[in-house]
Design a protein around this ligand. Sequence first.
Ligand code: 13P
Length: 327
Amino acid sequence: MIVTTNELFRLAYGSYALGAYNINNLEQTVGLFRGNLGKSQKNEEKANPATSAPFIIQISRGARSYSDKRFLEAIIRTAEGVFPEAIFAVHLDHGTEEVCYDCIESGFYSSVMIDASHESFEKNIEITRRVVDRAHAKAVVVEAELGQLGGVEEDVVGSVCLTDPAQAAEFVQRTGCDSLAVAIGTSHGAYKFSGTQGLRLDRLAEIQRVVPPRFPLVMHGSSSVPKEWVDRINAAGGKLKNASGVSEAQYLPASKLGVCKINIDTDGRLVWCATLREAFRDKPEDFDLRTSGKVFMVNYAQYITHKNQMLGSAGQLEAVRAALKKT
Ligand code: 13P
C-alpha cells in the first residue's frame, strides 16, 4: 500500500526513523521489499512481524533517467502486487522544480523533494512555496532542504553549510513544506568523515526547538558505509580507501530529536559492488547475470532488515497498519 511520507512520520515521530532507500533496478526493488518484510531468504513466504517495517522508496533523477522512468514505476507497482502486506511511500529524491511537477502530475509519487538549497534563502523559499502549492492540490507532500551537505548528489557538488535554526523556523513557516532536510554534518557518498564522527546533534536539537511541534526533520547522507562491505569490496579487487559513514548508533538519538526519515543510498551500492565482485572473482567461468543477481537480492534484503533494526522501524509494520486503518 502506497501512503504519504507524512502519514508514516506522524506515527514514527520521536521514537524511530523510517529508512528511505534509493532504488535503480529490479534486483534492488525485490531485495528492498523482502528486507522490509523480514523475508531475507530467497523463497520465504511469510513476513516476519518482528522485523517487518514501513519504509520509503526513493527515486532520484538519475534513477529516473537510467533507462526510462516508466520502468521503475512498473517494477514498483508489480512489487506492490507481489508483496501486498508492504506499507511504503514513493518519494522523489532531490527534485528540481520541473521534475517535481512531473512527479506530482504522474499520480504515482506520494511525496516529492524540492531541492533548491543551493539557491539564496529567498529564492529557495519562493521555489519551494510554488512546489508546495502544486503538490498539496494533488494530495502529494513535500520535503524541502535548507543548508548544504558535502559530497556529490546528482550533478551538484556540495560545500558544507550547516542549517541555521532561526532560518529553519522562518523557512518552514513561509513555505508550508511538510518536512525539512537539514544539514548537520553529514555528506553524500562513501567518504563522509576523516577521523571522528562529525554529526552535529547539538545543531539538530536547536532546530527541533524552533520548528513547530512534531515537525518532521530529514537526514540526508546517512549511509553507515559498513566496514564489512568496504573490506569485502577491497578483498575482491576494489580500491575504496578510507571510506567512512555515519555511525548507526546515531540513528536513534537523531530520531529522538525529530528526525523521521534517514536517507540511505551509498550502502546499497556497496552491497551491490561487493556481491558482484565476489561472484565474478569466485566463479570466473560463470557469465550468468542471474547468479550474482540472486545473491544480491538475498544480501540486500538482509542488509535492509539489519538497517531497520538500527533505525527502530523494524517490528513497526503492524502498528502502522492498525493506526492507518483507524484514520
Ligand atoms: P548516502 O550517500 O549517505 O547514502 O546518502 C543518500 C542520500 O542522502 C540521498 O538523498
